[in-house]
Design a protein around this ligand. Structure first.
Ligand SMILES: *Cc1c(COP(=O)(O)O)cnc(C)c1O
Length: 372
């Protein structure tokens, strides 16, 4: 079977999505399913919908189109505030979009009027992470101007933390979003449907808070797919952390010195590498590299160590295991590695339930055939 590949366990994703949906429902929060890290994979999108998630969200129009072309009819939210060059497609394919710029909202309004439709917008509020967001002090002014437009309707406000600035979602910033909600509703004269408090990083806040106040939606990607809390990258109890498995293949296996021989200059990526002399090592080279995945985000499932990589190779110290050429090795992926591997056309994606059995390498160097 082709390598490198990502084996996707749909059952584990479904379990995680269902678990999180039920968990957040205990305090009245509904889930929006984020598909960007899986590039809008329609099979995965359908699993989220089957778990009772009603709205899907992606940052890229191309992914949203892909899901619609596959027959998915659920409402789509555009997460990244729209590019001026894609506004026609935003109107055509998205039920709602996040927005922060009046000039863009005005253009959306014009395009929607031309089609005799109304486009829904969620205004993103800056709560301190310093990525997208209208400064709270500017909300009233921008809403005054938006109220004069036809063709767009403000249906919610939202915030996003812990993405760029690494800012912790807590009762203070979530409370601020709730009080902004009250002000916006007073100005608009109607209730907002979506108070969209954040992403997977809101998990600890949600568990700790006594009162979620007005927050009624969270947009979840990472915690569904990787079962972890992005603030600490610790597993969330009850969730699977291994729904995705990266499989790569050994193309050379040898015992070689731990320090390169000759004068050390820059390597292919502009670094002057340094090596510690550990004597001879069992080294395996895998047929996968930076063009396939973010190597730093991989964790071998065996007790072996990645010692370096280049465009098309990863070099591992296999310690006391002597691994044969042609052997497949398994890795866990963090968010960045999953994003890169799902996006790379060189990495095959397969449904793990379609693989009946697979040969796995054991820590003692032996192999075992087991269910994939
Ligand atoms: C990516 C993204 C999310 C989902 O974040 P996760 O950490 O994967 O849950 C939510 N909101 C916005 C605006 C995003 O860009």
């Amino acid at each position: 079977m082709a390598t490198p590949r990502i084996e996707i366990n749909f059952k584990k994703i479904a379990h995680n999505a269902q678990f999180l949906k039920d968990h957040y429902a205990t305090k009245g929060i509904d889930i929006i399913g984020v598909t960007k890290v899986v590039c809008g994979d329609p099979n995965i999108a359908n699993i989220l919908l089957k778990c009772g998630i009603n709205i899907l969200a992606d940052s890229r129009i191309g992914n949203i189109k892909k899901m619609k072309d596959a027959g998915i009819t659920a409402p789509m939210l555009l997460l990244r505030t729209p590019l001026q060059s894609e506004l026609n497609e935003v109107i055509e394919h998205c039920y709602i979009s996040h927005n922060t710029e009046f000039s863009i909202i005005k253009k959306l309004s014009k395009l929607a009027i031309n089609r005799s439709s109304v486009h829904n917008i969620i205004l993103m509020v800056e709560l301190g992470d310093l990525r997208e967001g209208i400064l709270p002090a500017d909300l009233e002014g921008i809403i005054t101007k938006i109220k004069l437009l036809k063709g767009v309707k403000i249906v919610g406000i939202g915030a996003n933390l812990a993405c760029f600035g690494g800012i912790l979602p807590n009762d203070e910033n979530m409370g601020q979003l709730s009080s902004n909600t009250a002000d916006v509703e007073a100005q608009l004269g109607y209730k907002l449907k979506y108070i969209s408090g954040g992403n997977s990083a809101n998990h600890q806040w949600f568990n700790a808070t006594r009162d979620v106040k007005r927050v009624n939606y969270l947009r979840l990607g990472e915690s569904i797919y990787l079962g972890c809390d992005p603030l600490t990258r610790q597993p969330i109890p009850g969730l699977y952390t291994d729904a995705f498995t990266l499989v790569a293949e050994v193309i050379e296996s040898n015992t070689k010195p731990s320090v390169p021989i000759g004068e050390i200059y820059q390597n292919a990526f502009g670094q002057v590498p340094q090596f510690q002399d550990k004597g001879l090592l069992n080294r395996a080279i895998l047929g996968i590299g930076f063009q396939d995945v973010m190597v730093k985000g991989l964790k071998p499932r065996l007790d072996i160590q990645i010692i370096g990589a280049s465009s098309d190779h990863i070099i591992v110290d296999t310690k006391n295991i002597n691994i044969k050429v042609g052997t497949e090795l398994e890795f866990d992926l963090n968010y960045a590695a999953l994003l890169a591997a799902m996006t790379s056309p060189y990495v095959t994606k397969i449904d793990s339930s379609k693989l009946y059995e697979r040969t796995r390498v054991l820590q003692n160097g032996g192999t075992k055939r087991s269910r994939a």
